[in-house]
Design a protein around this ligand. Structure first.
Ligand code: IPE
Ligand code: IPE
Ligand code: MG
Length: 248
């Protein structure tokens, strides 16, 4: 049984695309070939997400910690993102996909930031799948930036300290306006979040699949969605009962 039967798909799926390097290593190829194959897997994942009616697909493309990699690999990854946007933006737009980028935009190279902004601007009125690209993204960094914004608002007297609620914090994260992910899928067998959506993942279901990212086919994606569909989500309430009012 697959999600393509008559089940309602999750509203928001987030994916930690991991294992490009190991995919290449296993074939005696340079890591960069794995990253290139990874872009094809991105295209397929976007297609599948659209086909099954997912509303938000978030893809972890480059983390704030990936700066620890050699400059050559960072250049490859940046080059691939540039190429992806240049080549695929028109098609994404035609498919009614809305692009959103999360992550730190400060000090991003000027051969990349304008492209990210162009992707968002071009597709801003689209009403289909929202493709959220997490680029130069780290959850702790995101929360720290939101804290700075809030501190400034308080210091300037625009916000009383007791207005620093869960909602107020959420509204200042990069993901403001995007529902929390229902499920976070990570490829390559690693079972950790690696600083991805730590705030938003509070009640996300986690699905780990052994395949490396370049092998993330339609079947693997649908299989992961099936595993999610079999989970029982309780949000702190009781099984099989709708949650009662939340005490504040
Ligand atoms: C995922 O694959 C791509 C990024 C993290 C940018 P990796 O490059 O992490 O591949 P492995 O984990 O080393 O195999
Ligand atoms: C997480 O993968 C980041 C992305 C997928 C962009 P990593 O490969 O960087 O994570 P670790 O270092 O294995 O935890
Ligand atoms: Mg990795």
């Amino acid at each position: 049984m697959t999600i393509s039967d008559d089940r309602t798909p999750p509203e928001h799926v987030a994916i930690i695309m991991d294992g490009n390097g190991r995919w290449a290593n296993a074939r005696g190829l340079p890591r960069t070939v794995g990253h290139r194959k990874g872009v094809e897997a991105v295209r397929e994942a976007v297609r599948v997400a659209g086909d099954v009616g997912i509303r938000y697909l978030t893809l972890f493309a480059f983390s704030s910690e990936n700066w620890r990699r050699p400059a050559t690999e960072i250049n490859d990854l940046f080059g691939l993102l540039r190429m992806f946007i240049r080549r695929d933006l028109a098609e994404l737009h035609a498919e009614n996909v809305k692009v959103r980028v999360i992550g730190d935009r400060n000090n991003l190279r000027d051969d990349i930031l304008p492209l990210l902004i162009e992707a968002e601007e071009t597709t801003r009125d689209n009403t289909g799948l929202t493709l959220v690209i997490a680029f130069n993204y780290g959850a702790r960094d995101e929360i720290a930036r939101a804290a700075v914004t809030l501190a400034r608002e308080v210091a300037e007297g625009r916000l009383p300290p007791e207005a620093l609620t869960v909602e107020a914090i959420g509204e200042r994260l990069d993901t403001a306006g995007i529902p929390d992910p229902d499920v976070i899928i990570r490829t390559s067998g690693e079972e950790r979040l690696s600083n991805f959506l730590l705030w938003q993942a509070a009640y996300s279901e986690l699905v780990f699949v052994p395949e490396y990212w370049p092998d993330f086919s339609r079947e693997v994606f649908l299989g992961a969605l099936d595993r999610f569909a079999a989970r029982e989500r309780r949000f702190g309430g009781l099984a099989g009962r709708p949650p009662v009012a939340v005490r504040s």
